[in-house]
Write a protein that binds this ligand. Structure first.
Ligand code: KG4
Ligand code: ZN
Length: 356
């Protein structure tokens, strides 16, 4: 049995978790800064960093208390070192370095994007990772920073077959909510407002899907673009500015959400078919969205297993970081020189599959 301490601070959630053998979550404490950033309508990086500084120690203490562990019990410390907001990442990374040095524990730098994918395996029996019937995996990662399709083979090799060419899906929902004066973060409040509206009331564009008489360039077959929907929303609101009733806002939110859900699900399912995926993974903060979860269940091909991360492992959390880090434990030297990175590098391997 080995325990990993996970630390996450890439955006506006401070989280520390204790995970046993890569899957059993003993504690996963998340302190959210949402209220601090809400007044600005989005995350302010320096403010996020200052909040992480304040929150990390009490969140660590709570995670240890809840799991009944002490720092002497761990085999290593997994920490998000990117992608994310640089000031925020550096706080968590340096905190982890201090803990690592003081307790002589290996430091395991962990990719936040891959950790989101790994979130769908938490609290699960990991033998599925060793079964050939699981592969290839197609992961749809949808969050405030990413809208990507990653294809993963049974030897751990990975290839990004789709990404957003402008805004991420969560970013589009956040901006839409701001435009409709619904508050922040946009995803949950758009979902709530949309539940009272008609998703067919207005027809928002579905960029790069070959609809509305516009052919999709082959290189964008599995790419996403959400800035056009956002602009369409802006014109829609301007056009109807004298009739912004509650019903109008609900119908607008429902129709906007429908366009996002339609594009994401349609592209993911088409890619799963083309690449004969045996598993589809839906993960990242936007994967909390109930209509998206329902649509993926509806459209998932019969021969394909759909894995959707539990909502608590969709939004940013340290359990996914600790779980993923466990797979790299044997390969890591104590590495205090580890740096942080803001942007997602090209992913060619995932560390949680060692080959069947
Ligand atoms: O994964 P996450 O917590 O942070 C990033 O790594 O970006 O994702 C945050 C994003 C935000 O854009 C938020 O609006 C969105 O996830 N989100 C949702 C829902 N809950 C959170 N989007 C749609 N529906 C939801 N229920
Ligand atoms: Zn995230």
């Amino acid at each position: 049995m080995s325990l990993i301490l996970g630390i996450e601070s890439s955006c506006d959630e401070t989280s520390v978790a204790v995970v046993e053998d890569g899957s059993r979550v003993l504690s996963n404490v998340v302190a959210t800064q949402i209220q601090r950033h809400a007044v600005f309508g989005g995350v302010v990086p320096e403010l996020a960093a200052r909040e992480h500084l304040i929150a990390l120690m009490p969140v660590l203490e709570a995670a240890l208390r809840e799991s009944g562990t002490t720092l002497q019990d761990f085999s290593g410390i997994g920490v998000t070192n990117g992608p994310g907001l640089m000031p925020a990442l550096l706080v968590g990374l340096n905190f982890a370095k201090g803990l690592s040095a003081a307790n002589n524990l290996p430091l395991i730098p962990t990719n936040h994007f891959i950790a989101h994918i790994y979130g769908s395996f938490l609290d699960e029996d990991l033998t599925i990772l060793k079964e050939s019937s699981t592969y290839p995996i197609l992961a749809l990662v949808v969050s405030g920073g990413h809208s990507s399709l990653l294809l993963i083979n049974d030897d751990g090799e990975a290839r990004q077959i789709g990404f957003t060419i402008d805004d991420a899906a969560g970013e589009a929902l956040d901006k839409a909510a701001k435009l409709l004066n619904l508050g922040y973060p946009g995803g949950p409040v758009i979902q709530k407002t949309a539940s009272r509206g008609n998703p067919k009331a207005f027809n928002f564009p579905r960029p790069l899907t070959g609809t509305a008489g516009k052919a999709t360039p082959p290189e964008h077959k599995y790419n996403f673009s959400f800035s056009g929907i956002k602009t369409a929303l802006l014109y829609h609101v301007k056009k109807h500015q004298n009739e912004l009733s509650e019903d109008f806002i609900s119908d607008t939110a429902a129709s906007f959400q429908e366009a996002v859900v339609d594009v994401l699900s349609r592209k993911a399912v088409a890619a799963a078919r083309e690449f004969s995926a045996r598993t589809i993974i839906l993960c990242g903060g936007v994967a909390c969205n109930q209509p998206l979860r329902d649509r993926m269940k509806l459209l998932c091909p019969h021969q394909t297993t759909l894995r959707i991360a539990q909502p608590k492992y969709c939004t940013d959390n340290a359990a996914m970081v600790a779980g993923l880090a466990w797979h790299s434990l044997q390969k890591i030297e104590p590495a205090l020189g580890v740096d942080a990175f803001a942007r997602l590098p090209v992913i060619i391997r995932v560390p949680f599959i060692s080959g069947l």
